[in-house]
Design a protein around this ligand. Structure first.
Ligand code: ADP
Ligand code: DP6
Ligand code: CO
Length: 353
């Protein structure tokens, strides 16, 4: 007589956010989340802005459920469903024992918490989906797969948080997305002394989500088309060279120009989208004046789809920048994030229970 297998598996993992210096903005396939251009970012240290996710899988559960920041959310979110489906189909391909087969019928409970504002332009979708995919993969035993491809279908920027250090998301050319994944270009300790400062100008939920904003840009912005074909391919190559050579002046100029162009695309979108506010613009001016005073690019700003400022600088310059920001922007909440020690891949860390 066959004994019915019961399963009870559980894991808790955390994953940090990443901040792009060459921005992803635009999809060529909205369901598979295939981008219109490649992008490049640095992943923060585990100790900084991060998501922590616990997944429990049990034959005792009667449905899949999700809690985000302490509140139950609908599990029917299509992106979440796509992620779950992909993980389960990989698990099904690998299932051999009765216990492994029973896993396929069990339900999951997912509990996720961000230690920073959600949906405020601080890349919560990146750490959020990276962490979810990584934790699910532990529980379902599918860590041998290129997980950045699954994180990508949760949120594009999430594929880059699967690795530490400097990470490129190569857009790929295939229609099935099999060549659209993230890869680490340099370890974090390749460039000792590099620091990232995040100024939380506003922790409110943004008015236009990244998803809907970039959809409108793809449909309406001519500047985006120019960016995709002419600008980003050259910048991807140039910024990799600058990182390889640890050339801050080059790196900083490309970073600021790319942020500027991304926000110019938002203005060129019809109707226009404004993510930066007056405080954001004042940060741009402060960094610009600082660099003019130094006679060289020593600090670089970049803004995602929100008003919050991120400043890249080397340790010595960052000490000055930090005191300038607390003087000029006393109401922002500055934090210095050290990225010296991450040697992943992968960036997310797991604690199997
Ligand atoms: P952000 O700038 O914070 O990345 P987005 O508009 O890109 O903002 O994405 C925000 C959305 O990402 C949230 O509304 C939520 O659906 C999803 N998200 C954020 N954090 C998590 C998480 N920890 N787990 C699952 N989904 C998350
Ligand atoms: C400006 O990854 O949040 O931060 O793929 O629709 O979830 P979806 O969008 P998302 O977009 C991030 C845009 C950006 C630039 C970047 O991180 O590269
Ligand atoms: Co996002």
């Amino acid at each position: 007589m066959a004994v019915e297998s019961k399963v009870n598996r559980q894991a808790t993992c955390s994953a940090p956010v990443n901040i792009a210096v060459i921005k992803y903005w635009g999809k060529r396939d909205e369901k598979l989340i295939l981008p219109t251009n490649s992008s490049l970012s640095a992943t923060l240290d585990q100790a900084d802005l991060k998501t922590t996710t616990s997944v429990a899988l049990s034959s005792e559960f009667d449905s899949d459920r999700l809690w985000l920041n302490g509140k139950e959310e609908s599990i029917t979110n299509p992106r979440l469903q796509n992620v779950l489906q992909k993980i389960r189909s990989l698990a099904s391909e690998r299932a051999q024992t009765d216990e492994e087969k029973a896993v396929l019928d069990a339900h999951v409970h997912i509990v996720s918490v961000n230690n920073f504002p959600t949906a405020a332009g601080l890349a919560s979708s990146a750490s959020g989906y990276a962490c979810m995919v990584y934790t699910l993969a532990q529980v379902y035993g599918v860590t041998d797969y290129e997980l950045s491809k699954i994180a990508r279908v949760g949120s594009g920027s999430a594929c880059r948080s699967m690795y530490g250090g400097w990470v490129a998301w190569n857009m790929g050319t295939r229609d099935d997305g099999d060549d659209s994944f993230a890869e680490q270009t340099h370890l974090a300790d390749h460039w000792p002394g590099m620091k990232i400062l995040i100024l939380v100008v506003s922790d409110r939920k943004k008015g236009t989500s990244s998803t809907s904003g970039m959809g409108t840009s793809v449909r309406t912005s001519e500047l985006l088309q120019h960016r995709i074909t002419e600008v980003v391919p050259k910048r991807m190559a140039a910024i990799k060279e600058a990182i390889e050579a640890r050339d801050f002046a080059q790196f900083g100029e490309i970073t600021m120009r790319d942020s500027n162009q991304f926000h110019a695309v938002c203005l060129d979108t019809y109707p226009p989208i404004f993510y930066m506010n007056d405080t954001s613009k004042a940060v741009v001016q402060m960094v610009t004046q600082y660099n003019t005073m130094k006679g060289e690019v020593k600090a670089a700003y970049t803004f995602d789809a929100g008003p919050n400022a991120v400043i890249y600088a080397m340790e010595d310059a960052m000490a000055e920048i930090a005191s300038l920001t607390s003087h000029f922007f006393p109401s922002t909440t500055p934090d210095t994030f050290f990225r010296g020690t991450t040697t992943a891949p992968p960036a997310p860390s797991a604690e199997l229970l």
